[in-house]
Write a protein that binds this ligand. Sequence first.
Ligand SMILES: O=c1ccn([C@@H]2O[C@H](COP(=O)(O)OP(=O)(O)O[C@H]3OC[C@@H](O)[C@H](O)[C@H]3O)[C@@H](O)[C@H]2O)c(=O)[nH]1
Length: 419
Amino acid sequence: MGVRVKPSIFVGRFIVLAFAFFCLIAVVNIFPLSKVMTVQAAVGRIAPRNPQTINMGENTPKQNSTQTTVGSDFIGNKFELADLRNLYLAPIDKQKIWAMVRKKARSQQKRVLVTGGAGFVGSHLVDRLMLMGEYVICIDNYFTGRRSNVEHWEGHPNFELVRHDVEYEYTAEVDQIYHLACPASPPHYQYNPIKTLKTSSLGTINMLELAKKVKARFLLTSTSEVYGDPEVHPQKEEYWGHVNPIGPRACYDEGKRVAETLTYAYHRHDNVDVRVARIFNTFGPRMNENDGRVVSNFILQALKNEPITIYGSGTQTRSFQYVHDLVDGLMALMNNEFKLPVNLGNPDEYTIAQFAEYIRNEINKNSIIKNLNATEDDPQRRQPDITRAKNEIHWQPAFTVKQGIQETVEYFKINLPSL
Ligand SMILES: O=c1ccn([C@@H]2O[C@H](COP(=O)(O)OP(=O)(O)O[C@H]3OC[C@@H](O)[C@H](O)[C@H]3O)[C@@H](O)[C@H]2O)c(=O)[nH]1
């Protein structure tokens, strides 16, 4: 005798199956396979040790994109990357570089002061301003800056190079001041903490006094280090930070915090027109061989077949931006009316251990990775929230970390004959 199945059981099974199917569709929609794969591909990629700590951020450049230009038509600082590379990849042809400078009538030309203009970031900013046809005064005390970074402009009628320490007063008739002068790498700023504090405090007062006197617009390059070892993640500009005021990093962190305080005090009290950029970890060509920051250290260690040195466990995170993006951000901020601090960084976040593996995979698969002692007060997580930059100054990074690393490796290979 055949078994008769009750119709109600059919209906029950159908409901259960339909529900399971509905759940499957919902899960696939919430976690699309393509999204998971993009994140893994993006890290090169290496499966995150603890996926919870990594958040690529929705504002990172598309991971397969390759930039061929820098800047924007709106600001007037757009150039072919291939042309810009002539300025830092040897051999440097001065005549070829000068021929790229745009002609500007004297009345249209801005007079721009860049403090720390011979440094890593400063020299790229000087390049862009010079190519645009502005009149540029570059001052530097050469503590970490190098004359060779800007020597291709020496003798140009639009360019002045002045050896000067911002700790002391300086006067020039200018329209804009980009105030970058300060050692930025932890070993360099900790080398003489009193000097670092004087540079950030007295140096900023001197430049704000100048801005007040000549009615120049003043842009301070502050840092993500004002957030200290942050308790919120990612970091928004509204966050007041978590800084140890007596630790080894305080000379820089607190120095930049007081520089920000001074900037807004001059704005409120003396009506100085101010801008503040909080710069997150940045890398690229013209980093010093002895800079000591993680990107140049890891690249050079891999190229030299030396162990890649991770300070501590490597679970701390950083988010890295390519220097041309930063220069675009600084110029977008300077040429905008927005006056509150703005984060400039690429939200592409890595644990330092992941980043070491990434560099090893990209540059030298035989490299050994070695863990050394952690440094004191090392921030554990850092990633910029760049919503404000996007909304207010219409800027976001365009270079992937991958392309930036390739460009930086090329720079070191060409410019360091010892490699
Ligand atoms: O060889 C190294 C160098 C660094 N590191 C680690 O890599 C991380 C990043 O260190 P870096 O020295 O590159 O830079 P930090 O993030 O500590 O400070 C930077 O912050 C933002 C900027 O304003 C400054 O450029 C700088 O102060 C840290 O956790 C550090 O301990 C290594 O593991 N190995």
